[in-house]
Design a protein around this ligand. Sequence first.
Ligand code: NAP
Ligand code: F7E
Length: 319
Amino acid sequence: MAKKALITGITGQDGSYLAEYLLDLGYDVYGMVRRSSTENLERIDHIKNDIEFVQADLLDQASLDKALDISQPDEIYNLAAQSFVPTSWSQPVLTGQFTGLGVTRILESLRQVCPEAKFYQASSSEMFGKVREVPQTEMTPFHPRSPYAVAKTYGHHITVNNRESFGLFAVSGILFNHESPRRGREFVTRKITDGVARIKLGLSKELALGTLDAERDWGFAGDYVKAMHLMLQQDEPDDFVVATGTTHSVRQFLEVAFGHVGLNYEDYVTQDPRFMRPAEVDQLIGDNSKAKRILGWEPKVSFEQLVTMMVDSDLELLG
Ligand code: NAP
Ligand code: F7E
């Protein structure tokens, strides 16, 4: 019989790649969606007929109980969250409710409805924040720098705590930034590649950004969802850093993205205080050696390939 997976956040970037991957592996895929006045299935439009949708919200315990009861999953991937860091300063309570307490709600439902199900929590490199060591490993202490990161740190600890308290197969994937042509346009990578395409096509004249000095360990989302799946196929539940092990600044991203279409970013990019953050995460770089050793996982798409893939996709979309 086919394995059953429930993905929360299936309409998001990672949810779409994970759903594709699990369908290819022969899974029955259930997707949790929240009610919306207009349909927002763009990222999964091509596979939506292969997915069983269940309606639920991270804020509503009874709806989560029902979603798990309907799907009776072997594996749960908890990808749903308020995931945009700047919004977490303007909506800190909501972010805590979705991104933090939402994890407890799903785990409570899991314990009531399907305690044998394996659980994946989408944790984040943002938990390292003001980093205590370079590169960051599974043992590096956390120092979150935004309400989003604080909520994710709670989600991480409650996952580990459920594992230790109740013997659940519950794991936390500490994923560093991962991007794709399906990334939301407010995140810096997609904002840049969308901006480059607009400028190249004569639809826009400039691109306003915040700091250009921040450095991130950027990988490709399509590679990273495979690590999520591998974590749930292990004999023992454990937590893993998933990263490329390389870091680049926003400025370097700009150089490659504008360079790819024969332009110089300095002619178009302006800095706008509106995009500066109250507290910044200056540099992230992950040590992926545990994931390589135990999961046999490694990233396939390089930084340059990622940037050019995103620029080409935005040129095609807008062209
Ligand atoms: P994303 O594109 O922002 O998708 C977030 C998903 O969560 C969407 O499907 C959204 O549904 C859903 N959601 C939000 N609030 C919800 C609620 N109250 N109830 C039910 N669903 C809700 O995020 P992503 O980039 O795919 O990231 C997936 C997960 O990994 C997130 O938890 C994120 O915080 C985490 N993460 C991401 C990265 C990264 O670099 N991408 C790195 C580390 C960790 P709607 O479509 O209805 O809004
Ligand atoms: O910012 C700087 C900004 O919003 C990256 C989420 O998926 O990854 C993501 O969080 C850097 C920051 O991603 C602009 O200040 C400059 O230093 O693309 P971002 P993020 O905050 O790293 C982690 C791992 C997650 O878990 C999150 O869910 O770029 N930056 N100028 C800018 N950022 C944005 N968004 N917009 C700018 O104009």
